[in-house]
Design a protein. Structure first.
Length: 163
């Protein structure tokens, strides 16, 4: 019960905690079944909450969220249902926001090599958050282009960034 007071948990997480405390398997199953019966644990509700929270706070893409849910013992069908609440537009908007936030206050010269370095760095950051490489490079390129000549487009090396 203490585990549930801190934050919601999946059935697998609670089963692991009970196993750590050397609770016999049959007793653990009975306890978990009772918790599910009285709605103290519900993997679908947990998955929905997890997706909402992690997509807002960490700006994670569906791929990363799917992996995290699997690690927590959420089956693929339940995870798909929870991930359905995120639209492609939401995911892309979160990626743009991440890139723009990383670019704030950064002075990127108009040098092509510098732009490529910045592009790789930002695309790698998005990839670590579960975004597909093609999507990550496209979004980074669009944000850099929108940021203007100072963000590394075809401008000269002496141009000042306008972000």
């Amino acid at each position: 019960m203490r585990q549930l007071t801190n934050s919601p948990k999946s059935r697998l997480q609670l089963a692991q905690k009970l196993a750590e405390r050397n609770v016999p398997d049959d007793v653990a199953e009975a306890v978990l079944d009772r918790f599910a019966e009285v709605k103290l644990i519900d993997d679908a509700d947990f998955a929905d909450m997890w997706v909402r929270s992690r997509s807002r706070s960490r700006k994670l893409a569906k791929g990363a969220l799917r992996r995290e849910l699997a690690e927590k013992g959420i089956d693929a069908e339940t995870a798909a249902g929870a991930l359905a609440q995120l639209s492609d537009a939401d995911e892309e908007s979160a990626a743009r926001e991440l890139v723009q936030r990383k670019l704030r206050g950064a002075a990127v010269s108009g040098d092509r090599a510098e732009r490529d370095k910045t592009t790789r760095r930002l695309a790698s950051m998005l990839a670590r958050k579960g975004y597909q490489p093609s999507q990550a490079f496209r979004i980074v390129g669009e944000v850099l282009d929108a940021a203007g000549p100072g963000a590394g487009s075809a401008a000269g090396a002496g141009d000042e960034p306008d972000f």
